[in-house]
Design a protein around this ligand. Sequence first.
Ligand code: SF4
Length: 309
Amino acid sequence: MVNSPPVHTFSVYCRARYGRTIGKIPLETGHPCPNRDRGGCLYCRPLSFTPQSLRPGDSLDEQIRRGKKYLLSGRFTGYFGYFQQETPTSLATSRLLPLLTSVIADPECVGLIIAARPDCIADDLPAALADLVQSSGKECLIELGLQSIHARSLQQLNRNHGVHDFFSAVRRIKTQDSLRIGVHLILGIPGETEADMLASVETVCALGVHALKLHHLQVLKDTPLHSLHTKGLVPTFSLDGYLQLLLRLLPRIPWEVVLHRLWSSAHPHLLVAPRWHLHATELSQRLQASMAEQHIRQGQDVDSVESTR
Ligand code: SF4
């Protein structure tokens, strides 16, 4: 326990589960997110989460080939097919499933991660995914984009779904034991206090989700959020302020919850604020150094002694 890592990151999870390094290959179905017709989320700029390996119109085979070449590049011995772009689950299950089946069939693919709006989980999707998990012997994480449990924030971000959609999605996915659930939350939504952010984190953790993806709010060029930011309406975290927040949140997140992300990392040419001029690796080193210095570990305030590592 003394030398065990202080945060249950995705790489820690993969090393424990697979005994080797596993990467993610972002993939896209080419189907647009349904929220675009309603103006899109205030902060969303697809280019910010589109890796260079993805080129419009490429087949899934080609996306995987390029992903292996440019993203795995000898550092990883397996990968998750990461359907991160847009909202893949807005496709009918009958159209989505063949795509997922073709990806998971690759021997180097250990499983799927599928991003989804909470209002885009079709009733027949969980059972179909559970069948796929069972027949392939691989894993599947559904990553629900919630961002906040607070109605005012969801409205402000133009998410066009409510927290009730999230609870309903979790309930329906949980009917299938073999599926894993992840949740994406944004920290620093204008108007939210630290107590509001903690409430979002604790509410989703209390549902027994398996993974979290936490981001600080970033303002990207030419988004509606950018316009508000130029009017001085979008305060953003300082580097130190954000690290301090993480040091207070991490002890409240159970160790079982795998942290796929702790910050955003948009490309500098798209990023307006906050500009910390720091590489993600340095960010991680600073956080871990502060955790070691202050004897902080993920889950220490909420886990029983037996449940920690
Ligand atoms: S739901 Fe996701 S992909 Fe769709 S507009 Fe919002 S952030 Fe962008």
